[in-house]
Design a protein around this ligand. Sequence first.
Ligand code: 5GP
Ligand code: ZN
Length: 112
Amino acid sequence: MSECLFCRIVAGEIPADVVFEDEQVLVFKDINPKAEVHLLAIPKLHVASLNELDTSHDALLAHMMHLLPRIARDQGLENGFRTIINTGAGGGQIVFHLHMHLLGGDRLPGFE
Ligand code: 5GP
Ligand code: ZN
């Protein structure tokens, strides 16, 4: 059994409120939402953070980036959305499985 929380969500060992899934990517609701819509998009492949990426991940990353606006629209965020990637302890990363926060709607935090 993996010790990585998000790998365990991918494996179905820990429940999550999944809003999108394909062969490479899982998107689910953040358990502690910081905005009206707060999703986490993760690769099913375990990659700890941006620091661990190499060119073998290029297609996967492009796929994830292209998915985000589609998912935001599906969530009713026609007016726009915010993406955040925390990297390393100094960047506020708590779960060391690469994830893109997708936030939108009311109560959008920070960077205004
Ligand atoms: P980080 O600070 O690593 O970028 O963000 C980790 C995010 O994962 C946090 O926003 C936190 O609320 C979320 N999170 C932590 N544990 C769980 C969990 O078990 N399920 C879900 N859905 N989200 C989680
Ligand atoms: Zn993992």
